[in-house]
Design a protein around this ligand. Structure first.
Ligand code: PEP
Length: 249
């Protein structure tokens, strides 16, 4: 697992207008001076994908989307297709974030369809799984995550480039995090699932997400089977995101 290149991805959620592109530039400038050991990505709101990819040019920062529609095209007012995201400059896409699973009742089947569509146009999917607090307290965390993996990872992922993000719902935006042992236990279960199902299962990065900050990033990155981080709030500024990127090395 140590040979897997880590991925540190920022999820800006519904934050950011053109003036915040300066933060992306600051990150790119720092990485130009001192290249990161890990891969780095920023997933701004859809409205900024094109401008961010233009501003970043060939900088060592991938640009990603936060969601996509499972259909290739059609009468879906307000939605955005995989091809449109790719055309705008996105290289990867977050799929099945818990905020979408909860607020839009996204099912595993829908998420699997989105993953297949992303792969079809060459977007690297970052597929999110994670248990609620109630599920953890009931001792169901591993079961819940395994069933999300079973339902939301289509077989076409075999040999494809993709990443999994383990994000306990209760840790997102809360300041709370699991212990390192708890993170390692879930990541080990995810790795076992990936190895069982996919030819490249041993090398798929498994990111941890949920209140990753500059002061806890190093410990989390060193945990067994942690292949990087999906970062929300702390990815909005270069001041917070850069130390997390550096901690991955
Ligand atoms: C997220 O929403 O994916 C996330 C990890 O958020 P935060 O880092 O703010 O907890």
């Amino acid at each position: 697992m140590s040979q897997v290149r880590k991925l540190v991805a920022g999820n800006w959620k519904m934050h950011g207008v053109a003036s915040q592109l300066s933060e992306a530039l600051l990150i790119a400038q720092s990485l130009a001076q001192t290249p990161a050991v890990c891969r780095v990505a920023l997933c701004p709101p859809t409205t900024l994908i094109h401008r961010m990819s233009e501003v970043l040019g060939d900088a060592a920062v991938l640009v990603g989307a936060q969601d996509l529609h499972p259909e290739v095209k059609g009468a879906f007012t307000g939605d955005v297709s995989a091809h449109m995201l790719h055309d705008a400059g996105a290289q990867l896409v977050i799929i099945g974030h818990s905020e979408r699973r909860a607020a839009y009742r996204e099912s595993n089947d829908l998420i699997a369809a989105k993953v297949a569509t992303a792969l079809h146009v060459g977007l690297e999917p970052v597929i999110c799984v994670g248990e609620t607090r109630e599920e953890r307290e009931a001792g169901q965390a591993v079961l819940v995550v395994e069933s999300q993996l079973a339902g939301s990872l289509p077989d076409v992922l075999d040999a494809a480039h993709f990443a999994i993000a383990y994000e306990p719902v209760w840790a997102i935006g809360s300041g709370a995090t699991p212990t390192i042992a708890e993170i390692e236990a879930i990541h080990a279960a995810i790795r076992a699932h990936l190895v069982r199902r996919f030819a490249n299962g041993a090398s798929v990065p498994i990111l941890y997400g949920g209140s990753v900050k500059p002061d806890n990033a190093a410990a989390i990155m060193q945990a067994r089977e942690v292949g990087g981080a999906l970062v929300g709030g702390a990815s909005l500024t270069a001041r917070d995101f850069l130390p997390i990127i550096r901690a991955a090395g």
